[in-house]
Design a protein around this ligand. Structure first.
Ligand SMILES: *Cc1c(COP(=O)(O)O)cnc(C)c1O
Length: 414
């Protein structure tokens, strides 16, 4: 045992330029800090939760009553969504990167029989779960979903909306349509698309369960609230089967958000201890999203991603992603194999870019809540410097002219 009281922990400000967490918005941090000490049944806390529920339905474009948020991060919301999947349930899951891979593992854990679970407790090989592997760097297409659902006729189908591991946007319309055609209930990991892409849940009738996170597109803090939304068909299935969880059973959890027996009620009732700070932060993040509006945010992401893509391409990198909040790229051929070195150099200087977490090794640069010319120029400067440290010779004038071409008007307007 080490007996020692360590000095007060200091953590520096860094530039979060990865897949997430993003740069928590200042308005959110201020809401967190100015909140008073109050318990989870205090009336303004309960009112705040009910207001969050209503704002979240607007952000997500849904009339699903069971729309609320789960304390934690993306995996907390995903665990809640997967809680209706019972041992032996037939599931088809599409895997095209790290995160949908972990979702696939979660589904095998949920759907495994007790025997399958005991045989391989950390990686149960559930016979009822069919994983469709889509190579890293490719999107899941509507045709792939159609073929797999036609062949297997599952109860549940699963896909990530945006797969952050490989930076790929998957075909949500094709997924939803195939689910409807084959009478499968669609479950979607929307952890990295909510708050960035302009989409509405109610346009995708084949998808009955959605899960997201606080700290990517919503600009909130990790470990505050991870949004979920469930259609009636999901709730009916859950009511019939139950779930092997108290805390992550949507029917229990929804009560604290003022949702009881499918109806909105005025005030929540106890499910667990909620944090006044987290409620205030989440509330402000939702207000911010609605004030900026999703169409404007989505357009801004698309604009800045295109600029950054053009610049890193001019630097000799090859971009393989198509998300608007994240570039996944290969370094110029001369530096192939040195991705980890570059990422570690950047991180050591507080420039928080990321490698991919599963093979092949690529570099990931994100722009979450970095939607200004100044922020993008700073990311470009830091990434360019890191490439130069490896020995790259960059044409600085060309890079500046690309940036000026896109941003000169914005600068003139400031
Ligand atoms: C980030 C991410 C997750 C995991 O979320 P946490 O907030 O780390 O729990 C899951 N799925 C996708 C698609 C993600 O981008």
């Amino acid at each position: 045992m080490r007996s020692e009281i360590f000095p007060t922990l200091g953590i520096p400000e860094t530039l979060a330029a990865g897949p997430g967490p993003g740069n928590t918005d200042h308005r959110v941090l201020e809401a967190f800090v100015r909140t008073g000490v109050a318990d989870h049944m205090q009336e303004d806390v309960l009112r705040g939760m009910v207001e969050c529920k209503h704002m979240l339905r607007q952000v997500w474009g849904t009339s699903n009553t069971y729309t609320f948020a789960v304390a934690g991060t993306g995996w907390s919301a995903l665990d809640t969504m997967f809680s209706a999947v019972m041992p032996g349930d037939k599931v088809v899951a599409f895997v095209n990167g790290t995160f949908s891979g972990i979702d696939g593992l979660t589904l095998r854990i949920k759907a495994a029989t007790p025997q399958e679970h005991a045989a391989n407790p950390l990686d149960p090989q559930a016979a009822s779960v069919i994983l469709i592997d889509v190579p890293h760097g490719q999107s899941v297409t509507g045709e792939m979903v159609e073929a797999a659902l036609a062949a297997h006729k599952p109860k549940w189908a699963f896909m990530a909306h945006w797969e952050t591991g490989s930076g790929r946007v998957n075909d949500i319309q094709g997924f939803s349509d195939a689910c409807l055609r084959h009478d499968a209930m669609g479950l979607v990991d929307a952890v990295s698309s909510l708050g960035i892409e302009d989409f509405s849940i109610d346009d995708f009738a084949g998808v009955v369960g959605w899960a997201s996170c606080p700290q990517k597109g919503l600009c909130c803090l990790p470990l505050t609230y991870a949004p979920v939304s469930f259609a009636d068909a999901y709730i009916a299935s859950l009511k019939a089967s139950g779930a092997y969880s108290y805390v992550h059973n949507p029917l229990f959890e929804a009560r604290h958000w003022g949702i009881v027996d499918g109806q909105d009620v005025e005030k929540g009732t106890y499910h667990r201890t909620h944090s006044a700070y987290a409620v205030a932060a989440f509330h402000e993040a939702l207000r911010l999203t609605l004030q900026q509006t999703l169409p404007e945010r989505a357009a801004s992401y698309a604009h800045h991603e295109a600029v950054l893509r053009e610049v890193v391409t001019a630097m000799g990198c090859t971009v393989t992603s198509n998300m608007t909040s994240l570039l996944v790229l290969n370094l110029p051929p001369d530096f192939a194999g040195r991705e980890m070195e570059l990422v570690q150099n950047c991180r050591a200087e507080g420039f928080g870019i990321w490698p991919t977490l599963s093979a092949p090794v690529q570099v990931r640069i994100g722009i979450l809540n970095q939607l200004t010319p100044t922020a993008i120029r700073e990311i470009v400067r830091r990434f360019g410097d890191a490439l130069k440290v490896l020995g790259a010779e960059l044409d600085d004038a060309e890079i500046q002219s690309i940036l000026d071409k896109h941003y000169v008007q914005a600068i003139a307007a400031q």
